[in-house]
Design a protein around this ligand. Structure first.
Ligand SMILES: Cc1cc2nc3c(=O)[nH]c(=O)nc-3n(C[C@H](O)[C@H](O)[C@H](O)COP(=O)(O)O)c2cc1C
Length: 336
């Protein structure tokens, strides 16, 4: 598969999010017109022991192509083996996580810690790339901290090692999720790099998705949290991109029906129910009575009551235009 050709067709990539971009959600977002999708980070060490939980994170179905499986780790042999496993599963690309800021990961020299050591970066890229024929991509932060931002150097190493694209979350590791993603820096990296660049961070609307893409000159953008408040963001972004009418009909009833089908066929009843509640709570952002609805839905213990409560609320607000809540803090933690 020509991954860059796929990106050119649809440059709005679903960003990897642990606990969120599982198989059902990736399928849903593909049906809702996102570009390539990436799994959450998967431990290459965990995979070595073939942990059932780890393997479940990597599952995908046909509609998800092009699908990348994201791996992380510090041991070169385990990374190479994990990459091979990804290829054998039929995934389209291997994505390497160099953005995870979490202590447990960086203390072992994985995730964003790799950005501090370009020799180690080269070794990791070489070991992974050498193990597979499918494309290898990377996802980074702008650097370890403000004093050591080094995405231009990282991009050069990645280009030299034959990596297909570099996704860049516009914050340093030290920033965690504070401050704003630095799109001026992303644009600078893009202008100085030979490798295709995917910009990422704080894209909360289809207008912003297109504006960031155009102004940064990036080859694509990754959208994470933005699709948790507006699941139509990819479709709307594509509409704008293709000079079509922006708005789509926001049919919440169809959305929840599709979600239910996906979640309940993959997860056990308890987890599927939790996912339904979680997503319904996120999707209510910016609509009247959202805080009260969130409280009600999380207090609902009887699984049979979840659906009627969701239907009641979303039927009532379905004709109302969603307010912009992007200035409110939202999910300020993750693995990249
Ligand atoms: C809950 C959560 C989990 C995340 N998990 C991952 C992950 O597994 N791998 C990764 O590279 N990035 C992960 N990220 C980072 C996102 O991919 C993205 O870089 C970040 O959220 C900024 O983009 P956004 O503002 O569009 O959300 C995670 C983010 C969140 C909020």
């Amino acid at each position: 598969m020509d991954l860059i050709a796929e990106l050119n067709k649809n440059p709005f990539v679903l960003a990897p999010m642990a606990g969120i971009t599982d198989k059902p959600f990736r399928t849903l977002m593909r049906k809702y017109h996102c570009g390539p999708v990436i799994t959450e980070l998967v431990s290459s060490n965990g995979l070595k022991y073939n942990s059932e939980k780890t393997v479940k994170l990597m599952q995908f179905d046909k509609i998800q192509h092009p699908i990348g499986i994201q791996i992380f780790g510090e041991r070169l042999d385990a990374l190479a083996e994990a990459a091979k496993y990804v290829e054998d599963m039929g995934a389209d690309f291997v994505d390497l996580n160099f953005g995870c800021p979490v202590k447990k990961v960086v203390s072992k020299g994985a995730g964003s810690a790799v950005l501090k050591d370009l020799d180690q970066l080269t070794k990791v890229l070489r070991a992974t790339k050498g193990a597979v024929k499918i494309p290898v991509t990377i996802k980074v932060r702008t650097g370890w901290d403000a004093e050591t931002r080094n995405s231009v150097e990282v991009a050069q190493v990645a280009y030299d090692e034959g990596i297909t694209w570099m996704g860049i979350h516009g914050r340093t590791r030290a920033q965690a999720y504070n401050g704003k993603a630095d799109w001026d820096y992303i644009a600078e990296v893009k202008s100085k790099s030979k490798i295709p660049i995917l910009g990422n961070g704080d894209i909360t609307s289809p207008q912003l998705a297109n504006q960031r893409l155009k102004e940064s000159g990036c080859d694509g953008v990754m959208i994470g949290r933005g699709c948790l408040k507006n699941p139509w963001i990819f479709r709307e972004s594509m509409n704008l991109y293709q000079d079509k009418e922006l708005s789509v009909v926001r049919n919440f009833m169809d959305l929840f029906k599709e979600m239910e089908e996906e979640f309940y066929s993959f997860h056990d009843e308890r987890v599927a129910g939790l996912q339904m509640k979680k997503f319904a709570a996120w999707y209510s952002a910016g609509y009247p009575g959202a805080a009260k609805f969130r409280k009600t839905i999380f207090q609902t213990k009887d699984p049979k009551e979840v659906r009627p409560r969701i239907v009641d609320y979303f039927e009532e607000i379905s004709h109302i235009v969603q307010e912009d809540t992007s200035s409110e803090p939202f999910l300020m933690g993750g693995h990249g």
